[in-house]
Design a binder for this molecule. Structure first.
Ligand code: SF4
Length: 341
């Protein structure tokens, strides 16, 4: 497997991105991140991380599921096209340099920067099911900064709503570099990603906490059941009523997952040429087919758990080789390098 090159070697631009292992991944994750990541692998040196330290920040009271969820996320990554031959795919806690750099950068981060973080304020108000009044949650943007700068990532793929997070990383980098007097950390640039917004089966935001998601690991039977339960155009009450496909979530799924069929589906809807049950039954088959190949790859990985263990170990080894180099540079500039060197 190809090795990521050290910081001084001429190299391709690097990308770091990750996902918190708080459950199985779903179609929203596929559309919002995994498809994009899969396509970036040919143009960048990519580091894809299972962010289990980040999961602990909200799941600390019942952390038993984090390890299993990390395994599931790894399987979803691999079965949806992330390729360990092209990218470094690893679990964050297997590279403890993340925790160490987090601690060092926390010394350089004013508390007021964290307190004004809009996501922090929003989550504190909205998340009622978990107590996140902990020290780690306030400081998670510092861990995020450490995640990115450890690999000297030039680019981070983000949606518009995540831009403030990245700006905070950039501020931490600028402050650190300025105080140590060397441009040792790389200030990452945003790569804005446009992905279709996929709602859940009940038309709310797709989320595990609402139970309205279609998981990548769902069986064909479960997919059919979930799709048949999807809420459609509320104005189409009887079979003969003309529909309004632009207002129907099912039609949006066609636009995303079977664009070639979209216009015909919309026309059949408007002219009441078919009913919602027929329309959803066809969509279910589209999704069953879409997830057929990932399902096969998933089954292969589940049949060979030792392969998964090897891939995780190899990803951690390759990530750590890069992370260690950055951390040593940082330590040498912050009074934490070898004594007498
Ligand atoms: S026919 Fe299809 S697109 Fe039209 S309202 Fe029913 S489910 Fe939605």
């Amino acid at each position: 497997m190809s090795e990521a090159k050290g910081s001084n070697a001429k190299r391709r631009k690097r990308i770091l991105s990750g996902m918190r292992p708080t459950g199985r991944l779903h179609l929203g994750n596929l559309v919002g991140a995994l498809w994009n990541w899969r396509d970036l692998q040919d143009a960048y040196d990519c580091f894809f991380m299972i962010a289990d330290y980040h999961a602990l920040m909200s799941e600390y009271a019942s952390p038993a599921g984090i390890a299993d969820a990390s395994r599931e996320v790894m399987i979803d990554f691999l079965s949806c096209g992330l390729d360990p031959e092209k990218s470094v795919i690893f679990r964050q806690s297997d590279v403890p340099e993340h925790a160490e750099l987090h601690l060092i950068l926390s010394a350089y981060t004013p508390i007021s920067w964290l307190e004004r973080n809009p996501t922090y304020k929003e989550q504190m108000e909205q998340l009622k099911t978990k107590d996140i009044h902990n020290y780690a949650f306030l400081g998670y943007p510092v861990l995020q900064a450490a995640d990115i700068v450890l690999y000297k990532a030039d680019v981070v793929p983000v949606g518009e709503d995540q831009l403030p997070h990245l700006e905070l990383t950039r501020e931490v980098v600028r402050r650190f570099n300025s105080l140590v007097g060397r441009n040792v950390l790389v200030e990452p640039q945003a790569k804005l990603t446009q992905s279709p917004r996929l709602l859940g089966t009940d038309r709310r935001k797709m989320s595990k906490s609402y139970g309205n998601q279609i998981d990548l690991a769902d069986t064909p039977e479960t997919i059919r059941k979930k799709v048949l339960s999807m809420i459609t155009d509320p104005k189409r009450i009887r079979r003969n009523d003309p529909g309004h496909p632009e207002e129907c979530n099912v039609c949006q799924y066609y636009r995303t997952f079977s664009p070639a069929e979209h216009d015909e589906v919309a026309e059949r809807c408007r002219s009441a040429a078919w009913g919602c049950t027929d329309c959803k039954a066809r969509l279910a088959e589209v999704l069953v087919e879409l997830l057929a190949e990932p399902r096969t790859r998933r089954a292969e990985l589940e049949a060979h758990p030792e392969r998964l263990t090897e891939l995780l170990a190899d990803g951690a080894r390759r990530a750590q080789a890069v992370a260690r180099e950055t951390l040593e540079e940082v330590k040498s500039l912050t009074g934490l390098g070898p004594i007498g060197a």
